[in-house]
Design a protein around this ligand. Sequence first.
Ligand SMILES: Cc1cc2nc3c(=O)[nH]c(=O)nc-3n(C[C@H](O)[C@H](O)[C@H](O)COP(=O)(O)OP(=O)(O)OC[C@H]3O[C@@H](n4cnc5c(N)ncnc54)[C@H](O)[C@@H]3O)c2cc1C
Length: 485
Amino acid sequence: MNGTRSIAVVGGGLTGLAAAHHLGELIEAKQLPIEVTLFEASSRVGGVFGTLHIDGHIVETGADSFITNKPWAADLCKRLGLEDQLISTNSEYQRSFILYEGRPVQTPDGFELLVPRKLRALLSSPFLSPQGKLDVANEAFVPPRTDEADESLADFTRRRFGQEMLDRIVQPMVGGIYTANPEHLSMQATLPRYVNMEREHGSLLRAVWQERTSSEQDGSGGEMDPPSGISGARYGLFASLKDGMSTLLDVLEQRVRSIARVELESPVLSVAPQSSGWYRVTTSGGEASTFDGLILALPAYRSGQLITEWDTSLAERLSQIPYASSAILVSAHNLSDIEHPLNAFGLVIPHQEKRKVLAVSFLSRKFKGRSPDGTIQLRTFIGGAMQPELFERDDASLIAMVREELRDILGVRGEPLFHHLARYERAMPQYHVGHLDLVADIERREAEHRGLALAGNAYRGVGVPDSVHSGEQAAARVFNELAIG
Ligand SMILES: Cc1cc2nc3c(=O)[nH]c(=O)nc-3n(C[C@H](O)[C@H](O)[C@H](O)COP(=O)(O)OP(=O)(O)OC[C@H]3O[C@@H](n4cnc5c(N)ncnc54)[C@H](O)[C@@H]3O)c2cc1C
């Protein structure tokens, strides 16, 4: 490599920070003269997440935790020296509720997103009618689909377990994660594990039984079977940081600043390739600079807007990834003001219940040390793809609406100790049926532009670990392209 090279990272959310940080690691390891500049539109880095400290409460305004069976976020924490800060969920409250006919009912023991690992627990729960239970038990005899094409979560669940199981359990549990409409959500892009279970075993129930039998035979103790009393999402796999998620951002930002120029309040207006093989990056102040490599760590539609003048068809495909908007109202309360014992991590709400909130997470039950003794912190989710009209309400009306719902559903009385409303407009990408084909097409077109990488949660995973991974992969790709030529 002759002479100093330069790379621009556009977007200072978690993806952009992870990309810039990994560039620093690669530059140091290979001792190459490459300069990195990170452009962030707002006055702070971190994008859709951050932590506030209010009256002894640790308040997460966006993401509150991350899954650890995808290793990339936990690995990054370790590389940043934050291993001793990682905390796991509080086993005392490791269960969840689903609203059923207006009241919270515990999720059947062993239920995992889409599959009842303990069939008897589901069959003895009140969620399904006798016919609904029969439909679930019959899953073992439903022939597998032979067609390899993608399918929606709703079609998959209906086909295998019946409509009631979809409406009463799967829609709220999975919808809660993706803030999505199950009629559109792609099975292959979001839950490929269950597609494979059907392909390999012919049935999800039979897959679970076979896993159990072989683990009993090989003495592994039935690892696939959650311990009794554990239900809901796989909470045992979730981690956070002792003083809040923004510890990760703060340390990451410090490291990034030691290897890169960080330009805050610098929204990029356009990027354009030059005949010399450079990218010209123009910010809102009208300033333009050129770079050898370019990482766009932005929501897909924003990346599309930046490149629309020089690759219309790539821009058009990027705009085809839809997004949902949601809001989170964090509120803190004295436990004595709440009738429900809140002895769980949270509550999800089926669309069928016709309520005005999607889910309520009991944050200070999920992680110890989030709120002072005798108080509790609730995070109530509103909007998403199923109720976009509620996101449009003004702040006062949203807050009044949530308070009314919390009173009705959980018996939350009196004034909260405080509340904080965070709005996330078009922040949650929706992986619709056919998403993986669309992404493969985007990646093919992206590869035609040497030195360009698209990164973020729009493509191959929506969570914190996916964002880290996407940023790091983009960094490695652009770095390697520059390093070899
Ligand atoms: C409400 C909510 C709750 C979530 N909870 C969880 C959770 O509990 N666990 C989990 O694993 N995941 C969760 N996620 C997902 C996770 O937080 C995201 O996947 C991740 O933070 C996305 O980071 P990002 O950097 O890709 O995007 P963003 O955070 O959107 O960052 C993009 C950045 O680019 C900047 N930008 C935009 N346009 C420009 C421009 N033209 N020029 C320069 N900069 C620009 C923006 O200001 C922003 O800082 C949640 C997401 C949301 C919205």
